[in-house]
Design a protein around this ligand. Structure first.
Ligand SMILES: *Cc1c(COP(=O)(O)O)cnc(C)c1O
Length: 346
């Protein structure tokens, strides 16, 4: 039995085409700005994101933390949805590295409103309140189920923040999933941001690599800060070559991952399992096994014994399946059958 691994989209291995792109990429020393593949990738990203500058980094976590170090002073505040990856899964980096106060706003499917920003932001000269420096938007929003920000809601955030003098950072680890789901260019969501983090190891299928893209002025200290964090690389074109390959070959196909996830959700819901197909906007499927009275770890083990791997979602009692490059439409049908079989009451 071939195990179908739906734990995460980071599990993909580089394809032969990608490996060839990596081994044939022209290389140089990136710290000296002499790696032509990194330079070409950064230029492509600037263009795609409607921005001014880009910095290649090893991971999106580093891109996010670099964004804070570039624009949030010690004791200043970041406003973002309360389940944001930067707040919950980056090991306390915002407090440890930038010295930031994080304020979590309750969102709906990862989306908060301009009204919430206006009500919460502290922009005056208070002797008591931390000054709000940054609004954080996560698109797609991971813990709510890889949900997509609607562009009008995002534009309202940009308008509100421009009025308040607050910068906007997009944690766009999966921004290409969002763009494909919206059927709109990436730049439609990112051109007004001060900074955007993007990850190449999720749906794009690279073994490592990410970037921080944004305003040239905001990113002026980024390379020095990257050096401080230990994120400056040498012949990084090996990785940038994979990213360039992914931009060319793995973006449009994200629509297949989304279709596969919708198919999985529909089949499970159709079989009476606690899945809400309307919540699958991109490549995640959530299943609230607590609703069936089953302990989550027991359910996960039963599924693994049937040859389908789910992971724990952020929400208690909920399991997560993620479609990706290494999961075919036929795998998804098999995974649905195995899931139904594993969770059928004895
Ligand atoms: C995965 C993820 C990150 C971190 O990406 P890495 O490249 O693994 O460090 C940041 N934000 C979100 C929303 C993510 O899903």
């Amino acid at each position: 039995m071939t195990v179908i691994d739906l734990r995460s989209d980071v599990l993909t291995r580089p394809t032969t085409g990608m490996l060839n792109a990596m081994t044939s990429a022209p290389l140089g020393d990136e710290q000296l700005r002499e790696d032509p593949t990194v330079l070409a990738l950064e230029e492509e990203l600037v263009e795609l994101f409607g921005q001014e500058a880009a910095v290649f980094v090893p991971s999106a976590t580093m891109a996010n933390q670099l964004a804070l170090l570039c624009q949030v002073g010690r004791g200043q505040e970041i406003l973002g949805e309360q389940g944001s990856h930067m707040f919950r899964y980056e090991a306390g980096g915002p407090a440890f590295l930038a010295g930031a106060v994080v304020t979590g706003l309750p969102g709906a499917a990862g989306v908060f409103t301009a009204a919430q920003v206006r009500e919460t932001a502290q922009t005056g000269d208070s002797e008591h309140r931390p000054r709000t420096a940054l609004a954080l938007v996560e698109d797609t929003h991971n813990v709510s189920g890889a949900r997509v920000w609607p562009l009008p809601a995002l534009d309202e955030i940009y308008d509100a923040c421009a009025g308040l003098g607050i910068a906007v950072h997009i944690d766009g680890a999966r921004i290409f999933n969002a763009a494909v789901a919206r059927d709109a260019p990436v730049a439609a969501a990112t051109s007004r941001a001060a900074t955007v983090a993007v990850c190449f190891t999720k749906g794009l299928g690279c073994p490592a690599g990410a970037a921080l893209v944004g305003r040239a002025g905001t990113l002026a200290p980024a390379r020095r800060l990257r050096q401080m964090l230990g994120g400056s690389l040498r012949q990084a074109g090996v990785l940038a070559g994979a990213a360039r390959y992914a931009l060319e070959h793995h973006v449009r196909r994200l629509a297949d991952d989304h279709a596969n996830a919708r198919e999985l959700a529909a089949r499970l819901a159709g079989a009476g399992l606690p899945v809400d197909p309307a919540a699958t906007e991109t490549n995640f499927v959530f299943m609230d096994v607590s609703a069936s009275g089953l302990a989550r770890d027991d359910a996960r083990e039963r599924l693994a014994r049937e040859g389908v791997l789910w992971s724990n979602a952020h929400h208690p009692g909920t399991l997560r399946a993620v479609t990706h490059l290494d999961v075919t439409a036929s795998d998804v049908r098999t995974a649905a059958d195995r899931t139904v079989k594993a969770l059928r009451p004895p």
